[in-house]
Design a protein around this ligand. Sequence first.
Ligand SMILES: O=P(O)(O)OC[C@H](O)CO
Length: 414
Amino acid sequence: ATEVQWWHSMGGALGEWVNDLAKEFNASQTEYTIVPTFKGSYDESMTAAIAAFRSGNAPHILQVFEVGTATMMASKGAIVPVGKVMADAGEKFDAKAYVPAVAGYYTAPNGQMLSMPFNSSTPVFHYNKDAFKAAGMDPEKPPTTWPEVALAAGKLKAAGHKCPFTTSWISWTQLESFSAWHNTEFATKGNGMRGMDARLSFNTPLHVRHIENLANMAKTGLFVYKGRGNAADATFVSGECAMITGSSGLYGNVKRNSKFASGTSTLPYYPDAPGAPQNTVIGGASLWVMSGKKADEYKGVAKFFTYIGKPEVAAASHQRTGYLPVTLASFKLTDDSGYYKKNPGTDVAVNQMIRKTTDKSRGIRLGNFVQIRTIIDEELEGVWSGKTAPKAALDAAIKRGNEQLARFEKANKR
Ligand SMILES: O=P(O)(O)OC[C@H](O)CO
């Protein structure tokens, strides 16, 4: 059979899911073999693929997080648009079959959808119901606002909890989605969706207030910073931290590996902020097809994409992982089956994403975003350790981040 290499960043329960998808597809036919390989974190697999591409050893399929989208879109010679892969292979592909927020994010300004939607997520609030009970709180009443999160964290701490609240993907949850959720721009030009001349704008009074709030919570032990990327996920799954803002895709891992009852609720907001809550932005990753491969291999890629997009396969993926249903049919199938009613909290991510979007909340797509995220991590770490004042950290992150945006704009000017 013809081999198709697929590099991904799905660890733990998610890695098992990816392996199962490949296994099931491989068993369904005899011509192609999908070979999934875990290549480390999203950052690491992207770096590895860029190096491999330069030496002619890129995989056929690369899973890239949303943060790498603008970079991939600009790497014209390195990728093949998913629509072309499907058309060349004679596979049916209709961008309209995908949930608008998902399809729109992976569609270039010229209207062409460039990558295959796969594991789209959005940030939500997960909490440990057992810990809530132990602290004398109603486990069915999660906090929905930031003042309520601080109150709940105080009760958890008083009950002896060492890590009341933590977060994964701090820029994504506390600045990017935080902005959209409050209908405030994270960056100008519709968060970069309207052009490469966008510049960062996350130092408004609302942003400063929020980071100050988190800094105070950190000082009093209510918020415990657990590191970059999704490092904090494991501390929630183990029960060490009782509340977390993180990916909806953490659901499957919690369900499979944690020993406590958990709940999922909406991302907290400031009730006095006008426009909140609006909607949250897309995260997770999509599948990019790399250039320079044989026609037969692309055919295998196309057949695999058709397979994972089938309503029943996409619905099963959504229900197993907590990632969003990426096609309209997979959402309908899940809804009609009564799944959301039977599994409270699993509809939170969907509901946050299907709300009406505005120019300020549609999505965030910026060049050199991988580097910008690192800059934000660095500057905010100064806040959590008490070295930098919140406003100064946000200003510095914007200044340094804007240099990255200007560099990207210059390098990609036609
Ligand atoms: O944990 P994921 O896969 O939902 O990804 C979260 C963020 O979007 C990464 O940038």
